[in-house]
Write a protein that binds this ligand. Structure first.
Ligand SMILES: Cc1cc2nc3c(=O)[nH]c(=O)nc-3n(C[C@H](O)[C@H](O)[C@H](O)COP(=O)(O)OP(=O)(O)OC[C@H]3O[C@@H](n4cnc5c(N)ncnc54)[C@H](O)[C@@H]3O)c2cc1C
Length: 394
């Protein structure tokens, strides 16, 4: 196996790096985590997405006719790696570009593609994902939100939870039950819903980082037209699994761990405890070496997913392996950093004594959520056991 990139791919990497040098917002570089609680941060994301749009780089791997550049999967991997390594503010379009858009490309009518894809690639519309409910997370198919046909419309009632970014989103990918008699997987439909629809209420949920990232979303007789339905009625579950495959296969993010590790190594070199450099302590060296091996493995698992995609295959349990390993690896890295820094590591970004702008404390809390979002470790392991190892369903 050859892990080297081609000269063209390396040239593309350099182009992305050069562009980032000129376009990463001044106030953002190296200071992301101290700004996260500032409500203005959202404007940074929005503005950066607008800059990407001028290069057609919001969804560069999408086909040209849908507003992308038709880049190869490997170029997309490189692009994601550079954005992740440089901690670029790209959260604005994650759901639209990564999950909603690709599902519309696969299952949408021409009209739906025309209506939605251009807004995503021009960074004019932002999407959220209304899948989870208070009683339906891992067991998503037991969701209870109802969509009932009424003439040319569907009338939606129910509640979603943990809806990331719903307070900014223009559109939602929504799963709702359209048949209560059918087996639970066969009575679900997939909708593309305008968040301005009367009857939709978004209420904030404040997370343990003290941030407003996700929400509860309530539907009270929210009326949407029939052309909001994606694909066939009652076939939503199968489209949702496609969305989740896209969600879990997020390639290139593992490189963010390499950046944090490099910064931790620099910190351990520069910091002295009782006259000794931290990096000279065996305990610290071992932790950093383990983290380096971990980060390398995370990247290789991402490469495996990208390599399958580049051959036109749809990664499935391979995405679950990468998701399971990479989210846990980044959490382990945060824990290693916190241990190396001792009590200083627990300081929040606002503290004048905080090392590395408080990234470790933030990373620890953030990554704890990332392990759960997109499916918990147990759910990933079930997928790996059944689809990867061929073991029977419990
Ligand atoms: C940061 C973050 C962002 C999120 N954003 C969104 C979003 O934008 N949109 C959205 O729809 N959802 C979102 N979610 C919700 C996420 O998808 C769910 O939290 C996740 O699927 C788990 O569901 P749950 O929270 O209901 O936990 P539960 O399903 O209740 O799980 C509780 C525990 O039981 C275990 N468990 C459950 N079933 C099994 C099983 N069959 N075998 C073994 N163990 C099992 C789980 O592993 C877990 O440990 C987000 C979550 C987080 C943390």
């Amino acid at each position: 196996m050859d892990f080297r990139f081609t000269p063209e791919e390396e040239a593309f990497r350099q182009e992305v790096r050069d562009w980032l040098k000129d376009n990463l917002p001044e106030s953002w570089v190296g200071d992301r985590f101290s700004r996260e609680r500032d409500p203005q941060t959202w404007n940074v994301y929005r503005e950066f997405a607008g800059r990407l749009a001028t290069k057609n780089w919001v969804a560069p791997a999408w086909p040209v006719q849908y507003g992308g550049l038709g880049l190869s999967v490997m170029q997309q991997l490189i692009f994601n790696e550079e954005m992740s390594y440089h901690q670029a503010p790209i959260g604005y379009s994650t759901i639209g570009v990564g999950w909603a858009g690709p599902t519309v490309i696969v299952y949408g009518t021409e009209e739906q593609k025309r209506k939605h894809l251009g807004g995503i690639t021009s960074a004019e519309t932002m999407w959220c994902q209304g899948f989870s409910e208070p009683g339906a997370g891992s067991d998503l198919a037991s969701l209870k939100t109802r969509a009932v046909r009424d003439g040319d419309d569907y009338v939606i009632n129910g509640q979603k939870i943990w809806t990331s970014g719903a307070h900014y989103a223009d559109w939602m990918i929504l799963l709702a039950r359209t048949d209560t008699e059918a087996p639970k997987h066969k009575g679900i439909s997939y909708f593309l819903v305008d968040m301005k629809t009367p009857g939709i209420t978004v209420r904030p949920l404040i997370d343990m980082m003290d941030n407003h990232g996700f929400n509860e979303v309530f539907f009270e007789n929210a009326r949407v037209s029939r052309d909001s339905l994606l694909g066939e009625e009652n076939r939503g579950w199968y489209m949702a699994t496609t969305t989740l495959d896209f969600e879990r296969s997020s390639i290139g993010g593992a490189v963010g761990a390499r950046r944090l590790l490099e910064d931790l190594v620099a910190y351990a070199r520069e910091t002295r405890l009782n006259g000794e450099r931290l990096v000279d302590e065996v305990r610290v060296r071992t932790r950093l070496a383990d983290a380096a091996v971990d980060a390398e493995m995370g990247e290789l698992l991402s490469y495996r997913v990208a390599s399958l995609q580049s051959r036109g295959l749809v990664p499935n349990y391979e995405s679950s392996i990468a998701k399971l390993f990479n989210t846990d690896m980044q959490l382990r890295l945060a824990i290693a950093g916190l241990e190396i820094m001792g009590l200083y590591g627990q300081l929040t970004p606002e503290s004048r004594w905080v090392p590395l702008k408080g990234r470790l404390e933030r990373q620890y809390l953030w990554q704890t959520g990332m392990v759960v979002g997109g499916g918990t470790p147990e759910i990933q392991k079930n997928i790996i056991a059944m689809r990867g190892l061929g073991m029977p369903r419990q």
